[in-house]
Design a protein around this ligand. Structure first.
Ligand SMILES: *Cc1c(COP(=O)(O)O)cnc(C)c1O
Length: 398
């Protein structure tokens, strides 16, 4: 019998992407040009946002977001502590000082609005939110806190391309259109992938004017314009960067955009299967299970286990199941030692990322959940007065 291997995630790439890449190579224009502009147009149109600029990756998008927010040395940026390090690193590139806010609750791993509010000082300039796992942050509250203190909001949408925020009044808005800028990642494991890649969105005309320049060295004309004979000289008007996207990756992006809705349907199915399998397991918490799943773009499947997470991950690995942890709190990394932080309210030791992707099957979810439940029973930490508390329907159904 073939041993089980269930990868953490696997991208859905096929003939359309292969053909699109080949077409770009045949046309021989590789650097930023028509395909990239088409990718930006289609992305912006689908999102209903005024501007979208393709960039090399989401870290670059975040860097530019902090630059156009006007971050200067000594300005404080409140970032989610439970995020990828890029969210905070990009603020440091711009000269900001990072302050870390904890999560809302064990069942909602987005950044806590209460924490954000408590961490504001006269030096605070920006609030960065991250729509964790494809589930929107509490944007009504965060935007009202920001407006009360005249702060800029940056949305890290790396997990959430075309996720919607549903406000208390029932209004739906795409994340990345609510704050000043939205930053998207097309890294290999993201919901829409181009290998490496990113996009920055905004409705602000002045931010857009700067972003167009900042992504290409502050130059007033692109290589592409000169190639087309539209211009022969250019000016450099500000300190910019080389954060351009290229045609090969934009061609992949266009194919991925075409099937993104369908891939999200499949990711939602996988989330639902996990919810069914793990329902009634007292030692396992599945965050966001009460959210409107149709508004979300499930990116990672994070659970909190009432057990030593490292031991559980080791058990799963030995059964051929790849796992991860999203994330260690940034405050736990040595580079962030001494950074001012709020309360974390959960321990990252209990977090485990289970496999999730558009190609995952019902059977694979069943296998993962059975292994998880068995392992949690073996390594439970505390609190359960009798072993019976840990028995779970998922085991009985096998
Ligand atoms: C992946 C990721 C990034 C960085 O994206 P890159 O495209 O790899 O630069 C930033 N923030 C979060 C939350 C991410 O998951």
């Amino acid at each position: 019998m073939k041993p089980t291997f269930i990868p953490l995630t696997e991208p859905d790439l096929g003939e359309p992407e292969i053909e699109a890449v080949t077409n770009v190579l045949r046309r021989k224009w590789l650097s930023m040009g028509e395909v990239t502009f088409e990718f930006e147009r289609r992305f912006a149109e689908k999102m209903g946002v005024k501007y979208a600029f393709a960039v090399t990756n989401c870290t670059a998008a975040l860097h530019l977001a902090y630059v156009v927010a006007g971050i200067r040395s000594g300005d404080e940026v409140i970032c989610p502590a439970l995020s990828f390090v890029a969210t905070a690193n990009a603020a440091l590139y711009a000269g900001g000082e990072v302050i870390l806010a904890g999560v809302t609750s064990p069942s909602d791993l987005t950044v806590s609005a209460d924490e954000i509010e408590a961490l504001i000082t006269p030096r605070t300039k920006v609030i960065t939110v991250m729509h964790y796992g494809g589930f929107a942050c509490d944007m009504d509250r965060i935007m009202s806190i920001a407006s009360a203190h005249a702060l800029t909001v940056i949305e890290d949408c790396a997990h959430a391309p075309f996720a919607q925020y549903v406000s208390r009044s029932g209004k739906r808005q795409f994340v990345g259109t609510i704050g000043h800028t939205g930053c998207f990642s097309f890294f290999a494991n993201k919901n829409l992938t181009t290998g490496e890649g990113g996009m920055i969105t905004t409705n602000d005309d002045e931010a857009a004017r700067q972003l167009r320049l900042l992504r290409a060295h502050g130059m007033t004309q692109l290589t592409y314009d000169r190639h087309r004979g539209h211009a022969s000289s250019y000016d450099v008007t500000m300190l910019g960067y080389n954060y351009r996207m290229d045609e090969i990756r934009s061609a992949i992006g266009l194919c991925q955009l075409d099937k993104l809705d369908e891939m999200h349907c499949r990711r939602r199915d996988v989330f639902r299967w996990y919810a069914q399998e793990l329902e009634g397991c007292p030692s396992i918490t599945l965050p966001f299970v009460d959210r409107d799943l149709e508004a979300a773009t499930p990116h990672i499947l994070e659970v909190l286990v009432d057990a030593d997470g490292d031991r559980v991950r080791e058990d799963l690995r030995s059964e051929g199941i790849q796992t991860s942890r999203h994330y260690q709190f940034l405050s736990e990394f040595s580079a962030f030692r001494g950074v001012r932080s709020g309360a974390m309210s959960i321990s990252s030791k209990h977090l485990i990322t289970l496999p999730l992707g558009p190609l995952m099957t019902r059977e694979q979810v069943r296998v993962v959940c059975h292994a998880l439940v068995r392992s949690c029973q073996r390594h439970q930490t505390q609190n359960h007065s009798s072993p019976a508390d840990l028995t779970c329907s998922v085991v009985d159904r096998s």
